[in-house]
Design a protein around this ligand. Structure first.
Ligand code: NAP
Length: 245
């Protein structure tokens, strides 16, 4: 159990029905975890393939009562921070997890590179412009609320919980390439390729449960077989980059 820092036994996956969530469920079951999955009621069917192997808690992930019930007794909580809808969904979800997870639970959250913890990330002009345009258009059509993911992460960074915020690059589907590599800061040459397989993003989230070197870190990840990761592998490790295994 988490209290003596051994491998978690029971974990909760919040946002289990999405693409990232389903990959996380698969990795967690392969590792023998007992899994509780939370998803919106209308999405329960998306978990049909796992229904006899996990406990499903239907409900909105920003509902504190839903989260309180789901995370009870869990040693680890994997949370997909989603920016969808204009309803403080991400920050409400993060707050519910911070408020109700077991005191020593390992908390791992997903987001994108646009989140910065200390302002030392160096973004390309193209990346910054894309985020600005997407944020503006999204606000106009009231579909996505990127600012709320920023608020969610601000609360997590300020917390004294055992958290990790995993910042994903652009994603693609495909076979696993193994555990992604990471750096504390976007702009590190190792991240230049800006591409990770979604299945490996999920792998990094699940492996972070047992990696205490990632506690209170916000790793920005990239595929371990991406060109920039391979170039750096030839050079030796970056002073601030990690290859957690
Ligand atoms: N997509 C990318 O290129 C990318 C890049 C970097 C980082 N990330 C990060 O990766 C994580 C997963 O993102 P993803 O794009 O791969 O998506 P995903 O795994 O398919 O997850 C989407 C999630 O959003 C939920 N959702 C959709 N519409 C919603 C709504 N209106 N209200 C509430 N919840 C809603 C889905 O729940 P249902 O199953 O109930 O619909 C699902 O849990 C996120 O943290 C994201 O910030 C994504």
């Amino acid at each position: 159990m988490c209290s003596n820092r051994m491998r978690p036994a029971k974990i909760c996956i919040i946002g289990a029905s999405g693409k990232l969530g389903q990959y996380m469920v698969g990795h967690a079951l392969e590792r023998g975890y007992e899994v509780v999955g939370v998803c919106r009621e209308r999405s329960v069917g998306k978990l049909a393939a796992f229904a006899d192997r996990i406990t499903i808690v239907p409900g909105r992930t920003n509902d504190p009562e839903v989260i309180r019930a789901a995370v009870a007794g869990c040693d680890g909580v994997l949370t997909v921070l989603v920016p969808w809808g204009v309803q403080q969904y991400s920050s409400g979800t993060a707050q519910a997890v911070l408020d109700h997870a077991e005191p020593d639970a390992r908390l791992v959250f997903s987001c994108g590179w646009h989140i910065t913890r200390d302002g030392k990330d160096r973004y390309s002009w193209r990346f910054t412009t894309t985020v600005r345009i997407v944020s503006l258009l999204a606000r106009l059509v009231r579909a996505v609320e990127i600012d709320d993911q920023v608020e969610a992460c601000r609360r997590i960074f300020a917390s004294d919980r055992r958290w990790t915020v995993v910042r994903g690059s652009d994603l693609e589907e495909g076979e696993s390439q193994g555990l992604p590599v990471w750096s504390r800061h976007v702009g590190d040459p190792i991240l230049k390729s800006n591409l990770t397989r979604r299945v490996d993003f999920a792998l990094f989230m699940v492996e972070a449960l047992t990696d205490d070197t990632l506690v209170r870190e916000a790793p920005a990840i990239v595929g371990r077989l991406s060109p920039s990761a391979l170039v750096r592998a030839g050079d030796g490790p970056s002073p601030e980059a990690g290859t957690t295994q």
